[in-house]
Design a protein around this ligand. Structure first.
Ligand code: IMP
Length: 188
């Protein structure tokens, strides 16, 4: 017997069930951008995007923060087996510039177990930024293992595998302007 969806139906082909519409995401990002500027009035802000999932969110968020904003990017990957539970993270690409004394907002697509951000925060904190904050588009609160809190959260979502707006399944779906729940075909 194949797996069934929450509604009890069988899924014939890979589908994406709508969760967050594009307009809703844009409205929330506008609010987040204004809030970030309100918290750091008149200060240059460095947005640090975690490749690749944060790219669409960072691009839209940056355009909603008035005043001086620069970007930098960092890339990480989990390595070895059982990395999700061991929290082993590898730095694949470091920042281009120093963040010492800067106001930094780390931008991530989703906060899941929190292990990736926990690792990133540890290494970024060692570089002595003036402020270090976290902005995530999505927060899967139920899955948290590490003690990490985001300062700016777009949406709290249920424990489902989601795609779109930067989030991928085997590198696909990152370009969707909305976020949806991925439903894989039910095995025969
Ligand atoms: P964490 O270290 O468990 O918080 O993992 C964060 C990373 O896992 C994210 O940056 C995503 O790349 C990936 N991830 C977690 N949940 C999902 C999901 O529902 N869809 C796609 N990628 C996800």
């Amino acid at each position: 017997m194949g797996k069934k969806t929450a509604s009890g139906g069988k899924v014939k082909k890979e589908t994406v069930k709508p969760l967050l519409a594009a307009a809703r995401i844009q409205k929330r990002i506008r609010e987040m951008g204004r809030q970030i500027r309100k918290d750091f009035p008149g200060e240059p802000i460095v947005l640090v995007g975690v490749l690749k999932g944060a790219v669409p969110f960072l691009a839209d968020l940056a355009r909603q923060i008035p005043g001086e904003v620069t970007f930098d990017f960092i890339a990480v990957s989990s390595y070895g087996k059982d990395t999700k539970s061991s929290g082993q993270v590898k730095l694949n690409k470091d920042l281009d510039s120093s963040i010492e004394g800067k106001t930094v907002v780390v931008v991530e697509d989703i906060l899941d177990t929190g292990l990736t951000l926990q690792y990133l925060l540890r290494i970024l904190q060692q570089r002595r930024p003036k402020h270090l904050r976290i902005a995530v588009l999505l927060d899967k609160v139920e899955r948290r293992i590490a003690n990490v809190h985001a300062d700016y959260v777009g949406f709290v979502i249920p424990n489902e595998f989601v795609v779109g707006f930067g989030l991928d399944y085997a590198e696909r779906y990152r370009n969707l302007p909305q976020v949806g729940i991925l439903q894989l075909p039910t095995p025969e």
